[in-house]
Each structure stands twice: as C-alpha cells, then as structure tokens.
Design a protein around this ligand. Structure first.
Ligand SMILES: NC(=O)c1ccc[n+]([C@@H]2O[C@H](COP(=O)([O-])OP(=O)(O)OC[C@H]3O[C@@H](n4cnc5c(N)ncnc54)[C@H](OP(=O)(O)O)[C@@H]3O)[C@@H](O)[C@H]2O)c1
Length: 328
C-alpha cells in the first residue's frame, strides 16, 4: 500500500494524539495548518513535521497532501470540509463531523463528486473489540438485539464561555458527548432508529446540559441514552441480546467486553486491542479505505447519528448561530 501524506488542520489536544499515534507507526505527519501560526510551528518542532503552512488555505492547495485530519472545533468543520473535499483531499474529521444533517449531506455529496473518502474520527468503530463483537453478532452467537443502554457524563466547570456550554462554539451535551453514545447504539442496532423521543435540561447559556433519549428502530430494537455535561457517569455501555448481554466499559476506546450468556450465567471476558492505540487503528482503517482495500469508516452510521441529533435538536428548538432555520 502507498504511504500517504497526512496533514493536520488544527493542532490542539487531539491532533497531538494523532501525531503520537503516527510516531507509534514509525511515521511523521507531512504538514500542519493552524489558525495561530506560532502554535503550528511549535507543534511541527515537537513532532518533526516538515511543513507548516503560513495560512490555512495553503493546506488545500498542496498537491502532496493526501489526507487531512481536521481537528478544529465542530462549528468550523463544514467550511474546511468544503475546501478540502473540493481540492480532492481525503478527510478524517473529528467529531462532531458537522453541526447538522444538511451540512453533512452537502459534504458527502462533495466527497462522492470528487471521489475521496470522508469520515468521522469515531474511535469506537475502529477498536478491535467492537469488530470482534460484530463478528459474534453476525454469527448469531448472541441472538437478536433487544435493548441498548448507554450513559455518558462528564463534569465540566459551569463556565458559559467555555466550548462545552457556549452556543457560539456549538456547545451542548448532544454534539460533544451524545455523538459517542449514539454511535455506540447505532453500531449494535441492525437498522437506523426511526422513533426517537427525548428530554432536555438547558444550561443558562441555552445549550443542552443534560438529556435523556429513547430510540427504537423498525425491527423493534430499543435504546436509552443519558447524557450530562455537569455530572460524571461511568462510560458504560450495555447491549442486551436474546441469549446474552454484553457490557463494555470506557466504551469510546474500549479494550474489554464482558459477555454474560443468560441461559447458564456463564461469563466470557474478551480483551482485544489497546485503548492507547485507538488512533493507530483509526489511521490504519482510514488508509485502507483511501487505498480502496475496503471501506471501514462507517460514514453511513455517521449520517444516521447526525440525522438523529438534528431531529432531536429540532424538537428542542436548539439552533446554533451558524445555522439558518431552514436547514434544520
Ligand atoms: N480532546 C479530545 O479528547 C477530543 C477527543 C475527540 C474529539 N475531539 C474533538 O476534536 C476537536 C478539537 O478538540 P481539541 O480538544 O483538540 O481542542 P483544542 O485543544 O482546543 O484545539 C483546538 C484547535 O482548533 C483550533 N481552533 C480553535 N478555534 C478555531 C477557529 N474558530 N477556527 C479555526 N481553528 C480553530 C485551535 O487553534 P489555535 O492554536 O489558534 O487556538 C487548535 O489548533 C473538537 O471538535 C473536539 O470535539 C477532541
């Protein structure tokens, strides 16, 4: 397989993790573009990145760049996605990939038109443990899916200006952490939920501080998710099948699952992959997809999750400043 040139747009916390994952693979990033040039220079020095672009536009114009890793805040994604895809770049974009389903549909059309891969950097889709569970589901070991339960809570300081609570930075629990919970649910469900109800508690800034969501698909598979930005919860997921239930801890980058077979209460512990290698798996799957050796990026799940989040926000009347009312 060809060695692809990766460039990062944004060089904050998660871009540092990507650079470290590249280093684990014995590789370096090709380029970095960043809003604050000086931070890009520091990042390049730290990870021996050969190219620092003096303006963000240059990353799109560089013919040597194959894959752009987009790691700026999610309300900035669509404008960068548009440029990257139009210039024939493959894009691995941090979550949430866009603000809403309409933006994602436009980005997806551009990716199709320009024959490039567009994907959301949703770690759980790439962890070996989830792939193993998928095999067992497909083999019928667990029986049909009945229920999924998912909690995600993180305690964020009650500061209405930080990105978690600030509407101008597309804050709120749904786009920040709900995207993981819904991705987990979608991974196990055999088809997209078409029946969704929710409750929300707004923060003083007007974004969703806490939410509970109930989902059901045409197959009758059901799920419940609870989210909070102001109360920690265990990152625990549970999928209940006819013959077994599966518990997964630290689920976005899980390395362990416990299956309890309900007929005899036998437990099986599966340990596969490493939490610390989550971005390595993501890089490998992205390159496989780009090389045409199999698409493991699950953009169709990303679409379903984004459409569900858009529908939920519509019922809440939560509209971000960038959004025009008609796109929701
Ligand atoms: N941190 C995590 O564990 C994690 C995990 C998964 C996903 N994510 C997602 O990844 C994204 C970035 O998160 P992070 O934690 O890496 O953030 P971060 O450390 O705050 O870094 C943000 C990066 O985006 C740039 N940026 C900020 N506002 C911008 C704007 N208006 N236009 C262009 N560039 C801008 C910053 O540039 P400057 O240097 O100029 O400030 C910086 O390079 C978020 O969407 C987040 O949801 C984060």
């Amino acid at each position: 397989m060809k060695t692809y040139n990766w460039a990062v747009l944004g060089c904050g916390t998660i871009a540092n993790e990507l650079a470290q994952a590249m280093a684990k693979e014995g590789r370096t990033l090709y380029g970095v573009a960043n809003r604050t040039y000086e931070n890009g220079v520091k990042f390049a020095e730290k990870y021996k990145v050969s190219k620092v672009y003096s303006s963000i536009e240059e990353i799109f114009l560089d013919d040597s760049v194959d894959i752009i890793y987009l790691s700026t805040p999610h309300n900035t994604h669509i404008s960068y996605l548009r440029e990257a895809l139009k210039h024939g770049k493959h894009v691995l974009c941090e979550k949430s990939i866009t603000l809403n389903g309409a933006e994602l549909a436009k980005a997806q059309k551009l990716a199709i038109d320009h024959q490039v891969i567009l994907a959301e950097a949703m770690t759980l889709y790439h962890m070996p443990i989830y792939k193993e569970l998928r095999k067992r589901m497909e083999r019928g070991d667990l029986g049909g899916l009945r229920m999924v339960q998912m909690n995600f809570g993180s305690y964020k300081e009650y500061d209405m200006n930080n990105r978690f609570f600030n509407p101008s930075l597309a804050g709120g629990a749904l786009l920040d952490i709900g995207v993981y919970a819904l991705a987990f649910i979608r991974w196990f469900m055999s088809e997209r939920p078409d029946n969704v109800v929710s409750q929300v508690k707004f923060a003083p800034s007007g974004v969703d501080e806490q939410a509970s969501i109930l989902l059901m698909n045409p197959a009758g598979e059901m799920a419940a998710a609870t989210l909070s930005l102001h109360a920690k919860q265990p990152k625990r997921g549970m999928a209940a099948f006819e013959r077994a239930y599966v518990e997964i801890y630290d689920y976005p980058r899980a390395e362990k699952a416990v299956i309890t077979y309900t007929e005899d209460n036998q437990q099986e512990i599966i340990e596969l992959g490493k939490t610390s290698d989550a971005l390595v798996y993501e890089i490998r799957d992205m390159e496989q997809a780009v090389s045409g050796c199999g698409n493991e990026m699950y953009l169709e799940y990303t679409r379903d999750v984004m459409d569900i989040m858009t529908e939920i926000r519509k019922t809440w009347g939560l509209v971000y400043p960038e959004e025009k009312a008609e796109v929701l």
